[in-house]
Design a protein around this ligand. Sequence first.
Ligand code: AMP
Length: 190
Amino acid sequence: MRLILFGPPGAGKGTQASKIAENYVAAHISTGDMLRSAVKNGTELGTLAKSYMDKGELVPDDVIIGIIKDRIKEEDAKKGFMLDGFPRTIAQADALNDMLAAENESIDIVVSIEVNDQEIIGRILERAKIEGRKDDTEDVVKNRLSVYRNQTEPLKTYYQSAGVLAEVDGMGTIDEVFERIKTVLNEVKQ
Ligand code: AMP
């Protein structure tokens, strides 16, 4: 199965992604995790990405598209994958379609986790206290949300038109949300 896990920052994508990876797909591809690890290792990519991440801005499309292109060619992603945090712009989604079409493949499902703004800000600030992520301060969080609404949310219409969008209520406990996701994924051909 090739799936995209979609939703605003703080929607619980990371948590749900781990549960989905255990039960449905081998390769969990998180662009945020890949970038954070590049930053930590002080690579050229990390240095470039950090300046955008610290402000809550998106890393340029060509950079992120290059990373995904290489990653989905790896062995563990051949039979299926879950993209977490990618695509975030229409240009990224178009590039992904082209990459998959070249292999006669396509996205099976886009699971969009729906959470309201007030809840999101509360959750992210709480996470900031626990994990100490640099991009979790209130100003940066608000910027990340507005970047999400302006640049990323339009992808819902994009995938709805493609007939692969499934919206899931992200309010409630981790297990409640996962049950809803399971219901949606069980309807997709494996
Ligand atoms: P995340 O952990 O998915 O919230 O990503 C953290 C940060 O990494 C984002 O705020 C962006 O700066 C950057 N990032 C992650 N994925 C992407 C992407 N697909 N396109 C551009 N920037 C990204």
